[in-house]
Design a protein around this ligand. Structure first.
Ligand SMILES: *[C@@H]1O[C@H](CO)[C@@H](O)[C@H](O)[C@H]1NC(C)=O
Ligand SMILES: *[C@@H]1O[C@H](CO)[C@@H](O)[C@H](O)[C@H]1NC(C)=O
Ligand SMILES: *[C@@H]1O[C@H](CO)[C@@H](O)[C@H](O)[C@H]1NC(C)=O
Ligand SMILES: *[C@@H]1O[C@H](CO)[C@@H](O)[C@H](O)[C@H]1NC(C)=O
Ligand SMILES: *[C@@H]1O[C@H](CO)[C@@H](O)[C@H](O)[C@H]1NC(C)=O
Ligand SMILES: *[C@@H]1O[C@H](CO)[C@@H](O)[C@H](O)[C@H]1NC(C)=O
Ligand SMILES: *[C@@H]1O[C@H](CO)[C@@H](O)[C@H](O)[C@H]1NC(C)=O
Ligand SMILES: *[C@@H]1O[C@H](CO)[C@@H](O)[C@H](O)[C@H]1NC(C)=O
Length: 566
């Protein structure tokens, strides 16, 4: 069969968006299904004077990891065949969910990446990742056969899937960041730190092979969680800076030799946990222009086995605490005068593979979307979610590849939130999290509002500073003293002036792996394999935005123009 509604190009994504914008769904208005008496009034203030951050157009990124099926945590083995060595792309759902983001940014890496050897003509692949408790990270060395590298790249890169019964006319088009083996050539000293320089010869062979094959790589990243005090072991900042200089030279030489037909990939590092001293030294010692992206990882909820994960996710002050690495790194990039930008290279929330029915359930969208909002507001350019598939935190179910709720959260963000980030604050209750961006590929602004409260509905008004709306523009110019403009107008023309996307858990169960959009279940059509249209409901500008208990709302307001979005 031919699946013709998911061509995978950005134009088809655009078409889907356009379609959903054009559908005036005046027939059904979303009604909060929860019966609740409590309500609170609140106001979201948006300062439209200037933007506070600017993300990459493909801010949403997800990871694929090396963990083999034998990787287990607390007695649960949650990786299945999701390893980069084992994942099969000839799957119905992975072929339909991928192109929705086209191009989806994918970061290939994780703990075991530093123990991977790349097959070369001189060095054939031995068996990979044999479980062994005496080895660092619990596994022996791994190896990437070039036949597998070819296979991965052909999936990431180009069209054409033919199986006996299914023909997928799609181009997956991922922007791939590959994490290189930063422990190669080093020895582990008696204090547990890694000593010596990175032996780059094997990585250089992989890069040369990749260029020769004309595989497009978006970035080469060096190392995984070896910065600061490190996981397993660590590398000193001055050594890391010299290794990055080496990597940058290899990338420059290799891509220069093979001509201009290929864009030079980014160099990224160190892919570790935020550590102010280590990062400051590292950035200061790295020659300017050798490093384009500083990557860091986020697991701020603690271990997956923690039984209080949901309490933390629903606690506004706990979520607020999550902003410190973003603001810290933003400060370091500023004070060091670095030209590098910040990315979250890997974020799974709860380490050791997450927690089943928490990090792959509806409740995790509270944490995930809040993280996306915060990261963007501190000028983070890209945010890579651990994982696309694998562990208990996949955007897709590890065994049947069906999208988990966070997949749809990510997709709504991708379609609605533009690159320009607006300064946003909220008054009324601490249980509402509020973010605003200029809208993506359309006029106006888009709000993201998250209600962490179990039984209180929030009725939210929007105030924008320096906004110009059709009706209020004149008054605004007459009265400079009150620069905040409350959007309120009884005008009939204002009907359908706001599009809303309400996300709630199926059956009001926070642990559900099914999410409702405007009261309707979101599910991939398992006949056609296509993902559902994400259709908004229309609301009047004069009405407050109603945010049901334990719900998430994206609200697109086309008829407001702020200077920051021009
Ligand atoms: C809301 O829930 C809190 C505890 O979660 C409870 O104390 C309060 O009475 C509830 N309010 C309503 C109106 O049900
Ligand atoms: C809005 O942002 C501008 C520019 O950053 C700033 O000068 C102004 O004070 C802000 N307004 C408010 C009310 O915070
Ligand atoms: C995973 O891939 C490795 C390396 O190719 C292979 O040896 C192993 O048998 C595979 N395991 C599964 C469960 O597919
Ligand atoms: C790096 O590794 C290669 C291949 O294993 C080896 O031939 C070479 O001698 C090593 N280089 C250094 C400087 O140790
Ligand atoms: C995948 O989906 C199946 C069927 O809904 C479910 O039983 C299983 O727990 C899910 N697995 C994960 C890791 O979420
Ligand atoms: C909203 O903006 C659209 C164009 O973007 C315009 O056609 C429409 O008249 C505006 N409506 C109101 C109520 O301002
Ligand atoms: C297809 O989806 C329907 C409804 O979601 C479900 O009942 C059915 O089991 C699915 N079929 C397969 C083959 O997964
Ligand atoms: C699923 O796709 C098939 C084939 O395109 C279509 O006939 C069917 O109506 C779709 N089902 C739903 C529920 O949209």
């Amino acid at each position: 069969m031919i699946i013709n509604n998911m061509g995978g190009s950005s134009s088809s994504t655009g078409l889907c968006l356009l379609l959903s914008l054009l559908i005036h769904s005046s027939i059904f208005f979303f009604v909060a299904s929860q019966s609740t008496t409590a309500a609170v009034e609140g106001t979201v203030f948006i300062n439209g004077s200037s933007r506070i951050g600017r993300t990459n157009p493909n801010f949403i990124c997800a990871t694929l990891d090396w963990w083999p099926p034998e990787k287990c945590d607390y007695g649960t083995c949650s990786w299945g065949r999701a390893s980069l060595l084992n994942l099969s792309f000839y799957n119905f759902f992975i072929c339909s969910t991928f192109p929705a983001f086209s191009p989806l940014k994918i970061r290939l890496g994780g703990t075991l990446q530093d123990k991977v050897i790349y097959e070369t003509q001189q060095q054939a692949c031995p068996a990979s990742f044999i479980k062994s408790s005496s080895e660092m990270f619990g596994f022996s060395q791994g190896c990437l056969p070039m036949s597998r590298w070819d296979e991965l790249n052909s999936f990431f890169r180009k069209a054409g899937y033919n199986t006996v019964t299914i023909h997928f006319p799609l181009s997956a088009r991922a922007a791939v960041v590959f994490g290189l083996n930063a422990l190669n050539g080093r020895t582990i000293a008696s204090d547990g730190s890694a000593a010596g320089a990175w032996n780059s010869s094997n990585a250089e062979a992989l890069i040369r092979y990749t260029v020769k094959k004309n595989f497009a790589i978006f970035g080469w990243e060096l190392g995984n969680e070896l910065s600061g005090s490190g996981i397993g072991t660590s590398v000193a900042p001055d050594q890391y800076a010299s290794d990055i200089t080496n990597l940058h030279d290899i990338v420059r030489r290799t891509y220069a030799r093979f001509g201009k037909r290929m864009k030079k990939p980014l160099v990224l590092a160190p892919g570790g946990f935020y550590d102010a001293n280590w990062l400051t030294q590292f950035i200061n010692k790295t020659p300017k222009n050798s490093l384009q992206v500083v990557t860091h990882h986020i697991y701020n909820l603690g271990p997956g086995v923690d039984t209080h994960l949901v309490d933390k996710i629903l606690d506004p002050s706990y979520l607020d605490g999550g902003s410190s690495p973003f603001s810290g790194l933003q400060g370091i990039l500023k004070t060091t005068g670095s030209s590098a930008v910040a990315w979250v290279g890997e974020a799974g929330g709860a380490y050791n593979s997450g927690h089943n029915l928490v990090t792959n359930a509806f409740v995790f969208s509270f944490w995930y979307l809040d993280q996306l909002g915060m990261a963007a507001s501190y000028n983070t350019k890209t945010y890579c979610r651990q994982s696309l598939i694998g562990g208990n935190y996949g955007l897709l179910n590890t065994t049947n590849f069906v999208p988990n709720p966070d997949y749809y959260s990510a997709l709504l963000w991708h379609r609605l939130m533009g690159t320009k980030v607006l300064s946003t604050s909220f008054s009324g209750t601490k249980k509402i999290r509020a973010y605003a961006h200029c809208s993506k590929e359309s006029q106006g602004i888009t709000l993201l509002l998250i209600n962490l409260d179990s039984n209180t509905t929030a009725n939210v008004r929007v105030s924008t500073e320096n906004a110009i709306t059709v009706r209020t523009a004149r008054r605004h110019h007459q009265n400079r003293r009150s620069k905040f403009t409350r959007m309120s107008s009884g005008s009939k023309a204002n009907a359908h002036a706001r599009e809303e996307y309400h996300l709630t858990a199926n059956g009001n169960d926070l642990h559900s792996q099914t999410v409702l959009l405007n009261g309707k279940v979101l599910a991939v059509n398992n006949t056609s394999g296509s993902i559902p249209l994400l259709e908004p409901v229309q609301a009047r500008l004069s009405d407050p935005i109603t945010i049901a208990p334990f719900s998430i709302v994206f609200a697109h307001i086309a008829n407001v123009t702020v200077p920051a979005c021009k």
